[in-house]
Every structure is written in structure tokens, then in C-alpha cells.
Design a protein around this ligand. Structure first.
Ligand code: DUC
Ligand code: ZN
Ligand code: ZN
Length: 460
């Protein structure tokens, strides 16, 4: 049966269009005015916004599996939450064990996701070890649909040297893929943590002080100098600061192709939350940390100017009880990460579109089109065009609600956005042409499929 979405405002690549959209099977079959209703199940989208299904470029489900700091969301709960919130594809970070192959990580991530996922999914691959065997595996990864990678310049168990970063950018670039980087200066983070502890400061409030904005800005600048010499475009993930964005913008002015990701928490939350009483600040411990209001203002401005390309969540959920509490006596032992994949679209709509900071079309680009282009899924995903996959999210901007942990699908005992009033609601989601969310309720689960991705499509 076909589905006809009538009378909606469609967020098409060229801009908002008042039109109908017909879905046949798994694909978008027609877009135009007054399409015939015959033989169609009709969804009236009058007054609503019809987006291509949102793509979360950055999740960590089932991270640290089997360890005391295991994430709260597994593949079943994380992707169900994403779907409920209007996200139809997530890109999660597969991470090999030290000394193990990329293929082993890919197998592990498939074994966790396949058959459990409620939205579609792909994998970025984290590079920790770098040697001729790993380099030789890049071709197999391309054949397996993995075309994006991440390296870290921080975390002792993950970080790579500048020389390795240079080689990884070149090797991945030659394969037509892209490398993203967690940009914090690891040595300065270690020094910052030691300095806070030496000052007798072991509380969550020490976390942002231990890794101030310069720690991010230096690493972004260095990463972009490495990329310039390597000669390939790169991505910078989870940018949190004005100074970090400025480093990206000045590299672009020098002619470099640089892509920038940020996350809702850096637009909506700030570092005053670390001073909450009763260890509540631990709920906001993630890296890079939350920043100042001035950083938020700069990021909104950058997003509205098209300087921020993608909005992912860095969803990495840890229960407060028993897990964040591992760091009660020492902030540096608090597992780093916060939940968010369920709420990214409504948060960015409410604080961005409804507040007049960005347009719905800009939101569509940052949450759907640009992720699909950068990560080799366009125009199969990320576009309301005839022939594309019918992954579609309808948002009602005349409804809303208050975000609470009690009402969320995320399998974690808090939300950083508790009590925030939303100015919209996710009404309907089609996943490959099938209703998966209807009137705000999830009606179909475990239908997510692996997305075999191609090369990046660069637009800068
Ligand atoms: N930062 C976090 O806060 N959590 C997961 C990984 C990361 O880079
Ligand atoms: Zn990171
Ligand atoms: Zn991350």
C-alpha cells in the first residue's frame, strides 16, 4: 500500500515546499501539489513539518561492555529511543580492542546491532593501533560499507601521535573516506586533572576547569595543520568552544576543506551545571565539557552561518546511580558521557528554530542532509526527493511537552534536559516506508537495517 502525506511543509533540499509526498514501498515515489489519494493511506500533515529522517552522526551504544562503566543504552534501547525522537539512522563508533583488527570490531558491532536495532545504522571505525595490517584493512572496510573513522588526541588508552594522525588521514583519504577527530590535548588534560587534585578539588566542578577551552582549541588547530599537510579533508567532532570554531573557520579561510560537528548540549547547557549540589554535576560530565554562555552564542551564530555542518549527540549514557557515582570521591573517575539521541531533534527545533536562531531548513541540513553527504549516504538518505529512501519524520510545531527521564525511551536514570519545555513534538516517523512512530507512539521496533555507505561527498 502507498502512503500519502498531504498538506505538509516539506523540508526539501532547495528549501521548504508546500506539497504532498507519496511513498511507495520503501521509496519516495512522488512530490507535488494535490497528489491523488486513491489507494493510499493518507496522513494529514497540515501545519506540520516534514523532514527527511534525522541522522545522528555520533552515538556510543554498548560501550565498555562488561565493565563497571558500561553504558546504560544497548543497541535495542538506544536505537528505539533514537527512533522515538525522530532519528531514522545512527552512526555509532565501532572500537577494536587493543591489538585487534578492524574486522574484529566490525563483527562485534554487527553482532550487537543486527536484529536489535529499531532504526537504521552504520558504523564509524575508531583507529587506536596503526600498523601495516590495519592500513591494509581499510580496503576491506570500504567494501563492507565503512567509510569514516575517528582518532583521539586525548585519553591515554585511545590517543594517537601526530605522525599516526597524519598517516591515517592520508590512507583514509586515498580510500575516499574521512577521518574525524576528538580534539583535546591529552597531555594538557592529564596536567589539568593533576592540578585540580593538587588544589584539593575532587568535585564535578573541577571537570571543566581541568580541560579549558584552550585544550580543545590547540588540538583542533594541530589536527587541522596535520590535515593540511596530509592533503585531505577532515572532520572535527563535538566542537564545544568559540576558540575551537574559530580554528575551524580560519583553516577554511586558508582554503582547507574542514567539516565541523557539534552537539545539542553545547548549544543548550553550560558549565554552571557542574556546581549543582549533591554530586548532581556528575550528570553533565562529558568530554569536551560544557562551556560558557559566550561559547553557546558563538556556536548558534556559526550554525546559522553554515559553519557548523552536522549536529550529532555523542550519546554515551551512564546511569547516575552506581555508575556516575564511581567518581563520587574523584571527578576524574566519573565516566564521561551524557544521553541525548532521543531528544536532539526537539531540542534543536525548540532552542534553534522556534527561538528564531536558525531556520527549519538549516536544521534539516545539519541533522539530515549534511550527515548523509559527509558519510556516504546521499541521496539515499537525508533528502526528500523522488527515489530516496522513505525515512521521514513529521514534526508538529503546535504541540510540545516537558522532557523528563520518566517519559523517555533512553534506558538511563536521568536526562540532562529534565524539565525543559519543548515547542514541538515528533508526530510520525516512517522507516523505509513503514510507519514506525504514529501520533508520538512507537508502533514498530527492530526493523533497523545496516546502511552500507559509500565515499564522502564534499560540498565545501
Ligand atoms: N566523550 C564523552 O564524553 N563520551 C564518549 C567519548 C567522548 O569522546
Ligand atoms: Zn570524542
Ligand atoms: Zn564520542
Amino acid at each position: 500500500m502507498s502512503i500519502l502525506i498531504k498538506n505538509g511543509t516539506l523540508l526539501c533540499p532547495q528549501g521548504p515546499v508546500q506539497a504532498d509526498l507519496r511513498v511507495e514501498g520503501e521509496k519516495i515515489a512522488a512530490i507535488g501539489p494535490a497528489l491523488p489519494e486513491a489507494d493510499c493511506q493518507v496522513t494529514d500533515a497540515a501545519g506540520k513539518l516534514v523532514f527527511p529522517g534525522f541522522i545522528d552522526t555520533h552515538t556510543h551504544f554498548e560501550m565498555n561492555k562488561g565493565k563497571p562503566n558500561e553504558t546504560a543504552d544497548n543497541w535495542a534501547t538506544g536505537t528505539l529511543a533514537a527512533l522515538a525522537g525522530g532519528t531514522t539512522t545512527v552512526l555509532d563508533f565501532a572500537e577494536p580492542e587493543r591489538g585487534c583488527s578492524l574486522e574484529s570490531a566490525l563483527e562485534t558491532w554487527h553482532s550487537r546491532a543486527d536484529g536489535n536495532a529499531s532504526c537504521h545504522y552504520g558504523f564509524h571505525m575508531t583507529i587506536k593501533d596503526w600498523n601495516p595490517q590495519i592500513k591494509a584493512e581499510l580496503k576491506e572496510m570500504t567494501a563492507a560499507g565503512v567509510t569514516s573513522y575517528k582518532v583521539y588526541l586525548a585519553y591515554d588508552n585511545l590517543k594517537v601521535s601526530d605522525g599516526v594522525a597524519y598517516e591515517v588521514i592520508q590512507a583514509v583519504g586515498e580510500e575516499g573516506g574521512i577521518v574525524g577527530c576528538h580534539c583535546e590535548n591529552g597531555d594538557l588534560v592529564t596536567a589539568g586533572i593533576a592540578a585540580r587534585k593538587a588544589a584539593g578539588d575532587f568535585s564535578p566542578a573541577a571537570h571543566p576547569l581541568s580541560r579549558p577551552d584552550g585544550v580543545e582549541a590547540e588540538a583542533i588547530h594541530r589536527w587541522l595543520c596535520i590535515a593540511e599537510q596530509a592533503g585531505f579533508p577532515v572532520n572535527v567532532v563535538h566542537i564545544s568552544t568559540r576558540r575551537g570554531m574559530e580554528a575551524v573557520e580560519s583553516a577554511r579561510r586558508r582554503g582547507q576543506k574542514v567539516y565541523a560537528e557539534s552537539c545539542p548540549q553545547y548549544f543548550l547547557l553550560d558549565d554552571s551545571l557542574y556546581s549543582l549540589p549533591d554530586f548532581e554535576g556528575a550528570k553533565f560530565v562529558l568530554s569536551p565539557p560544557l562551556r560558557k554562555k559566550g561559547d553557546q552564542d558563538f556556536l548558534w551564530e556559526a550554525l546559522s552561518k553554515g559553519e557548523v555542518d552536522t549536529i550529532g549527540t555523542d550519546h554515551c549514557s551512564f546511569n547516575f546511580k552506581g555508575v556516575k557515582e564511581l567518581g563520587r570521591e574523584d571527578f576524574s573517575q566519573i565516566p564521561n558521557g551524557i544521553p541525548g539521541t532521543e531528544h536532539r531533534p526537539v531540542l534543536m527545533y525548540t532552542a534553534g528554530v522556534a527561538a528564531g536562531k536558525i531556520t527549519a531548513h538549516q536544521m534539516m541540513k545539519a541533522l539530515a542532509e549534511n550527515p548523509a553527504r559527509l558519510f556516504g549516504m546521499y541521496p539515499q538518505k537525508g533528502a526528500l526527493v523522488v527515489g530516496s529512501d522513505a525515512d521521514i519524520t513529521i514534526i508538529d510545531p503546535h504541540d510540545g511537552g516537558v522532557l523528563t527521564a520518566a517519559a523517555q525511551h533512553q534506558n538511563v536514570d536521568y536526562t540532562p534536559y529534565e524539565g525543559m519545555e519543548m515547542k514541538c513534538r515528533v508526530d510520525t516517523v516512517l522507516l523505509s516506508g513503514e510507519p514506525a512512530v504514529s501520533r508520538g507512539q512507537v508502533v514498530k521496533t527492530k526493523q533497523g537495517r545496516y546502511v552500507h555507505r559509500g565515499p564522502s561527498r564534499f560540498w565545501r
